[in-house]
Design a protein around this ligand. Structure first.
Ligand code: SF4
Ligand code: SF4
Length: 217
């Protein structure tokens, strides 16, 4: 069944449990943390960090807002990265779930082209030339389980299920959130399987939060 996420950033507390669960399930090593004047660590995605809670301070309507954005691959409905790979089998889209999965054969692709093709700036290259990113925990999902990040989220920020169900959940929640935050919106909801709801314009959270809504596109 075609799957999707609904990520309601208005509920996120930046506890980072999702980031840790992703590392644990995928057996990814920790990265050295560093005080860069923010609690966000590491600074960005890497070959061993597929899920990252981004944190940004913004003054909006004379108030300081701490914006949290639990970033990951959007598993695009028509994935630009897969199109650039030109049916090499290095990147495939699971026919049941819709997950976009990278294989070790990504080593044979031109990494800068694949990374450049992603409008969300997600894939990262490792030392050996392989590319990596979120897999949707396709192994778990194919066995009837939730992705590890969703399973662990304590606040209801991360939701996972049938794509249509997630689209409906997102639309319903948006109506409610708009009563408090008139600028609230769903990001690229017709193009991706990972639908984010933000209270404010996406560029306030992260440069690559939205591809199709943002001014640069
Ligand atoms: S686990 Fe949930 S609440 Fe915690 S940082 Fe991740 S999305 Fe936010
Ligand atoms: S978000 Fe980027 S890496 Fe993920 S499927 Fe879309 S183009 Fe590919």
């Amino acid at each position: 069944m075609s799957k999707g996420f609904f990520i309601d950033t208005t509920r996120c507390t930046a506890c980072k449990a999702c980031q840790v669960a992703c590392k644990q399930w995928n057996r990814l090593p920790a990265e050295k943390t560093e005080n860069r004047g923010t609690f966000q660590n590491p600074a960005d995605f890497s070959f061993t960090t597929y899920k990252l809670v981004r944190m940004n301070e913004e003054i909006i309507n004379d108030k300081v807002n701490w914006l949290f954005f639990t970033d990951q691959c959007r598993h695009c409905l028509v994935p630009p990265c897969l199109l650039w790979a030109q049916n090499t089998d290095a990147i495939y889209q699971d026919k049941d779930t819709g997950a976009v999965v990278y294989t070790p054969a990504t080593q044979n692709l031109e990494a800068t082209e694949i990374i450049g093709a992603c409008p969300y700036n997600v894939p990262r290259r490792g030392k050996d030339g392989f590319l990596a990113k979120c897999t949707m925990c396709n192994d778990r999902v194919k066995n009837g389980m939730q992705p590890a990040c969703v399973q662990t989220c304590p606040t209801g920020t991360l939701n996972f299920g049938g794509l249509e169900e997630m689209q409906q959940m997102a639309a319903k929640r948006l109506k409610k959130v708009k009563l408090t935050y008139p600028d609230a919106r769903l990001l690229d909801s017709g193009q991706v399987r990972v639908i984010f709801l933000t209270a404010f314009a996406p560029e306030k959270y992260h440069t690559y939060a939205a591809a199709f809504d943002a001014k640069r596109w």
